[in-house]
Design a protein around this ligand. Structure first.
Ligand code: NAI
Ligand code: 15L
Length: 282
């Protein structure tokens, strides 16, 4: 698919949105920014909630693709998750489908990159044993979904929504089950699931430009020595990760120790989301 020109970036005020605002323009994208939170120094950004259907219709007008990051990114009461992540993502897909129409994808427009999360499969036991994990024991992309929170459940919904809009309406999506995308890993668990910001941009670019993705689900992490999951579908999009968290391992392991397989928060992909999930500010 030709590189989309104009890309709507929802969640542009957030942590990942801020990183991508810095990194994606180098790939040739013109970003249109959208977030419920105003963005300082960005007067053209659209400040609106995903519940505002009219604002979404205006936001998608003329865009070639969408990187959908907006939403509650931690655990929250179900009603809040329902509004922002479930109804909000539905509202976005409705607006996108109506904007792109039946010929959208055929005309090289009409692709969404959806920020799914490892917490869609957070209850999955992580591979045990020494790193690197042998390829046959990496968690496959088609492992049964096991959300660890209402938050993770909303990402399962998002992935299924994306599948419906592809099968029924021809809107393509790459759902990226992001691990932990921050400047540096800060826990021993994150050594396994870290997605460096640079690799995040590489992966989103691959997702935006790969041919005929239909609805593809991919794990999103760097090429970490301690990797737990199979990056095959991400690599098939053309993603070539450049980073490995292992350089941070000596310091983090010295401070925190190795993961203890007897502790539920160390034994599952979702880490402390399975025992004591961090909460979205109320
Ligand atoms: P964040 O919490 O820093 O940013 C989320 C942004 O979404 C915020 O700026 C917030 O104002 C906006 N937002 C929330 N509800 C909204 C609504 N109803 N309408 C409009 N805007 C709304 O989160 P972060 O870390 O930047 O994550 C971005 C996306 O990536 C989220 O969907 C998150 O679930 C997903 N993700 C992020 C990971 C990471 O490591 N940063 C890991 C896995 C998934
Ligand atoms: C997520 O889905 C969260 O949005 C992010 O804040 C991190 O907690 C990340 O997962 C993680 O698993 O580290």
């Amino acid at each position: 698919m030709p590189t989309p020109r104009t890309v709507l970036l929802t969640g542009a005020a957030g942590g990942l949105g801020t990183l991508m605002r810095g990194l994606l323009p180098a790939y040739g994208y013109e970003l249109r920014l959208f977030d419920a939170t105003p963005i300082e120094g960005e007067p053209a950004a659209i400040t609106a909630d995903l519940a505002d259907k009219q604002a979404l219709r205006e936001a998608v007008r003329g865009v070639d693709a969408i990187v959908h990051l907006a939403g509650i990114s931690l655990e929250a009461p179900f009603e809040d998750i329902l509004r922002s992540n479930i109804e909000g993502t539905y509202n976005l897909y409705e607006a996108a489908r109506d904007e792109w129409g039946a010929e959208g994808t055929a005309a090289g427009r009409g692709r969404i990159v959806f920020a799914s999360s490892n917490h869609a499969v957070g209850y999955t036991p992580r591979p045990r044993g020494d790193a690197p994990c042998p390829p046959e024991r990496l968690i496959p992309i088609d492992t049964p979904r096991r959300p660890d929170t209402y938050y993770g459940l909303s990402k399962c919904f998002g992935e299924d929504l994306a599948q419906l809009y592809w099968d029924r309406d021809g809107v393509e999506t790459v759902s990226v089950r992001i691990g932990s995308c921050f400047m540096e890993p800060t826990t021993v668990r994150m050594l396994s699931v870290w997605l460096s910001p640079g690799d995040g941009a590489r992966l989103f670019h691959a997702a935006l430009t790969a041919d005929r993705v239909g609805h593809t689900v991919a794990y999103g992490s760097s090429a970490n020595t301690r990797l737990w999951w199979d990056l095959g579908t991400a690599r098939a999009l053309g993603y070539e990760p450049q980073d490995d968290s292992e350089q941070y391992a000596p310091k983090l392991v010295a401070e925190q120790g190795e993961l203890d397989p007897e502790r539920p928060d160390h034994a599952r992909l979702g880490g402390h989301f399975v025992t004591d999930p961090p909460r979205w500010p109320s």
